[in-house]
Design a binder for this molecule. Sequence first.
Ligand code: PEP
Length: 255
Amino acid sequence: MHTSRTPMVAGNWKMNGDLVTNEHLLAALRNTLNRSLTSRVDVVVCPPAVYLGQVTAWVGDTGIGLGAQNVASTGNGAFTGETSAAMLADLGCRWCLVGHSERRALLGETDELVGLKLGQLVQAGIGVIACVGESLAERENGITGEVISRQIGALLESMRAADPQALVVAYEPVWAIGTGRTATAQQAQEVHAQIRSQLRQAGLDADGIRILYGGSVKPANAAELFGQADVDGGLIGGASLVAEDFTAICRAALG
Ligand code: PEP
């Protein structure tokens, strides 16, 4: 973690929760995530779209940012079932994930579509958390660098218009998501350094852009991962649903 970048910890709730469970989780987080923490770490929670209204009412004065998990690739119009970036902004969303591997693998999202979504968010003034990552087969075939470079390359044009502070890349090796298998701190650092160097070569303010690690981050491994020079925090799935664990991970980001 570099001292010039504010660390970020974002919780991706995925398709989990209901009104009552969310209320309990949020009440617990209100007790544990105090201002002294949220003033030094950008803490973000990304609930399912239907609960954004519930959570936006709650985050109010906590210093925690609201994030969405997905956005439409176009502006408002005849796109049944979609949610536009303008609507997310209207609800108070400060952040939105794009390119999560579950959406790439299960819903067929292409690099091109992810780029369009990123562009919509930048236009609406919403911070982007752009996810990239290789599969197990790609890692075993020694093409991790190539895959990450292609995924980042496809987003560079849309990234140019973004404020570096509102642009975050999340490196999430697919084989580490929800599997309990984490990349070693060295494996994470290697890919993060590659991403930063690609952003720099493309003329972006690479030192201002945060790069998060995601994939089975837990209280026990967070500090070592976040201790790497190019790891600026984490994107947390399963552990973000447990207030105690999510808080411990946020604390680990303080260094
Ligand atoms: C994720 O879904 O972005 C993620 C990193 O999940 P988990 O922490 O559960 O591996």
